[in-house]
Design a protein. Structure first.
Length: 526
């Protein structure tokens, strides 16, 4: 059976939905095919532990999408028409140390100055200068995130033409840790910024990570941490409503077998149940570079070989979701519940850095790298009245040394219990009396949930500098197209600008509008 559409999108991750929504708003007949029975990919909210408790299975905070014109200018009316709402906690991030002290990162720069002054007046003064540099970088960074990336060579050549550009280039080449230790002296201040950068799923000592430090700081100060009301999946739901309102169709539980290519052009999508969906104008595919050749035949072997060699992060994710009888009580005090992200830290930079190294070498870290969010502190609708939820994460290897990935199936419950015990050093009531239900996802579970999360990498592939910009995931695939396959367009966390909630499908939509000789400006101004 063959059904005809203008655009067929493989996968319902938010990037593909964003691209499809722009096309639908332009009048194209759009179809979304999703393998799972639920929609959203990494942007999904589900009742994982008990009825009425809404857990964000993967993404929890929407930072970088806030500057995207999709949200900033409400281009598709997700905010004004389709029900999307955000809360913005006053404290986007807080470090909680084992000795009970805390260091908050506010949206207010002067409050951050006061926070850092608790530990070091010199570091607080340095922070003011540092944050001014981050603020200057922000417009340049934003200009690169929501449209197709400029060629790498041209970008570097442009930076080389001015002192400011050369300084920015040097920042891009250096490690975040080198920059942190150059600017700040106090151990807790260093840990605070290093752990913030570590949320990019790699060690702050990774060369080429320096620009991420300025990017995180500038975004959190200007835009804060967007906590979607109703759950991370509220973004997915708004996009689906937009697509359906414009006549689009969304099918869950529909697994794709292959993309049909005729005369060098993507023309249809076949599903495993024998159906064929013709795509008159194009196919959008959330297909990981490691899997590209499984879905599309005839691609140049040089292209597929490079795609299959792309590197995932050695920092895979392990997550715990708990439904709770009451909110978490922190030994550090009630001020912690005002924060969106909470980082639990031992006061030892050497042990902190060693934890990343242990993960790199396939070891479960002796000192877990635990972050958490209790979304009900900012959005009580996520749980029944008076109840609460928590989502905690840690970095672990996809394969524990000497074991197959499947070892996680027998080990994950014991590991979760060990993390609960570790968190007990910071939290007084994360115990059997308070925990109603618990759900854990190992790196292997992550991969099973979404093919975009190969080896448990929630960012698709690692954010190394050679897998950045127009070279993400490879130079051949970095413009969201596949050489030799016309009208096929890539989306996903493994494309520019990287993992996280960016709404990067906007760039893919812009490329498609150009190819289809359509006016993108007309749609966003409608």
């Amino acid at each position: 059976m063959t059904t005809k559409f203008d655009i067929v999108a493989i996968g319902s991750g938010h990037n593909g939905l964003v691209a499809a929504a722009y096309l639908a708003a332009a009048g194209k007949k759009v179809l979304i095919l999703e393998r799972n029975e639920w929609l959203g990919g990494g942007v999904v909210t589900r009742e994982l532990t008990a009825p009425g408790f809404k857990h964000d299975q993967h993404s929890v905070g929407h930072i970088f999408i806030q500057a995207n014109p999709l949200i900033k200018n409400d281009e598709l009316k997700l905010l004004s028409k389709y029900g999307l709402r955000y809360e913005y906690p006053e404290i986007p991030l807080m470090s909680v140390f084992e000795d009970g002290s805390t260091l908050a990162l506010y949206r207010d720069r002067q409050k951050n100055y006061q926070e850092i002054s608790k530990f070091s007046k010199k570091d607080a003064d340095a922070y003011l200068r540092f944050s001014e540099i981050a603020e200057r970088y922000l417009p340049m960074l934003i200009s690169t995130l929501y449209s197709a990336p400029a060629p790498v060579g041209a970008s570097y050549a442009m930076m080389d033409q001015s002192r400011e550009g050369r300084d920015m280039f040097a920042t891009m080449m250096r490690s975040g840790w080198d920059i942190i230790t150059e600017w700040f002296e106090h151990e807790k201040v260093r840990l605070h910024f290093a752990r913030m950068l570590g949320e990019n799923l790699h060690s702050p000592e990774e060369q080429g990570s320096g620009i991420g430090l300025f990017m995180f700081l500038s975004f959190l100060e200007k835009y804060g941490m967007g906590v979607p009301v109703g759950g991370s999946g509220a973004l997915t739901a708004a996009l689906v409503r937009c697509i359906e309102d414009h006549g689009g169709t969304v099918l869950a539980g529909t697994d794709v077998r292959r993309v049909v290519v005729k005369s060098g052009r993507a023309s249809a999508v076949e599903t495993t149940d024998g159906r064929t969906f013709e795509a008159t104008d194009g196919v959008i595919g959330a297909i990981h570079p490691h899997l590209l050749s499984r879905y599309i035949e005839g691609i140049d072997p040089v292209v597929t070989k490079a795609a299959e060699k792309t590197k995932t992060s050695y920092c895979a994710c392990f997550t715990i979701h708990c439904s709770l009888n009451e909110k978490l009580l922190f030994r550090a005090g009630d001020q912690v519940e005002k924060a969106a992200f909470v980082e639990l830290l031992r006061v030892d930079t050497t042990r902190f850095r060693r934890s990343f190294d242990e993960v790199r070498y396939g070891l479960v870290p002796k000192d877990p790298l635990i972050g958490l969010i209790s979304a009900t502190n900012h959005d009580p609708s996520r749980a029944p009245a008076g109840k609460s939820i928590v989502h905690a994460w840690d970095y672990v290897p996809y394969q524990i040394e000497g074991k197959t990935p499947q070892y996680w199936d027998e080990y994950k419950e014991a590991y979760a219990e060990s993390l609960i015990g570790e968190m007990g050093q910071y939290i007084t009531n994360l115990n059997a009396r308070n925990i109603i239900g618990m759900h854990t996802d190992s790196p292997l579970d992550m991969e099973r949930t979404s093919a975009s999360f190969q080896r448990g990498d929630l960012h698709g592939i690692a954010g190394y500098l050679y897998q950045f910009g127009a070279h993400r995931p490879t130079p051949e695939l970095g413009r969201n197209t596949v050489p030799g396959v016309d009208r096929f367009y890539l989306v996903g966390p493994f494309q520019h600008p990287g993992g996280g909630v960016f709404g990067a499908g906007r760039a893919t939509a812009m490329r498609m509008f150009d190819d289809l000789k359509m006016n993108f400006e007309k749609v966003i101004r409608a």
